[in-house]
Design a protein around this ligand. Sequence first.
Ligand SMILES: [Zn+2]
Length: 296
Amino acid sequence: MDQNETLLRGAAAPAALDRRRLLAYAGATSAVAVVGALARPTSASAVIRLGETTASVDSVKEALAVAAKNAWGGFQNGKIPSSQLTPVISSVPGSGYLRQDAARQYTAMSLAFSKAVGRTLDITEGYRDYARQLDYWNRYQAGTGNLAAYPGTSNHGWGISVDFGSGVQTAGTAAKRWMDANAPSYGWQPTGNTFSRPEPWHFDYTRAWTGPVGQRNDLGSVIARCTGSLPGVGSGYVALIGFRHLRQLENSGWVNSLRALDVPIYDLSPAAFLDALDALSVPRSALVAKANYWLR
Ligand SMILES: [Zn+2]
């Protein structure tokens, strides 16, 4: 837990906020993903603004309804089995999990961050289970904790929010500037900037969940078979892809041998195939006929 997080969670009582603003916070933490920010960027900012300043979310019921739109996998907010999440390293005990696609994009982003900023991109808090959200909420209500979303409405409870350290928690630092400029291209939006009490450290992963890619808790290789035509290489492309490597599997014997070793195989649309490449830090340029790409 870094210093800011300690201050955030533990210290002085927050300035009194009225009910609407509190619930607006709950809305803002979840509303942004609803609009699928990449698909409709103009409405994304509109929804955040509504959540912050209007009565668009002015009841617990509405906040819960908005949050429900980020539900995935049939789970309840804050009650997702850790076996269904991908482990990451975080400071707050028990919070080292993210939804799989969010975790993969975090990994890719952290590599780029390290190159650009010169240090690792550390997670202070990721997944937040219901009990911890309730604790934060109770402390907020008692005036001894920071602003907290109503239990069941935080994107932390869906495994798609992260509070970052590494300097990202402080507005104006090089780390924070890099993240604001570059995180959105990995699907991570600096939504904390828009809270009624800005939280520079808080980011939401806003791309829609499309189901598991690869083995659930495994960042290793998978066989990906593209169900459509890929630019440059045509249709029927089958590849072994993993963290920064890609090899075309032209020979069905290879596929079967790998299957015998329990390497999972997935059918992916061209868009999902390319997303998987991005998430695994495999450059698009590696996608060629007879590819045998390994990044050292
Ligand atoms: Zn947060």
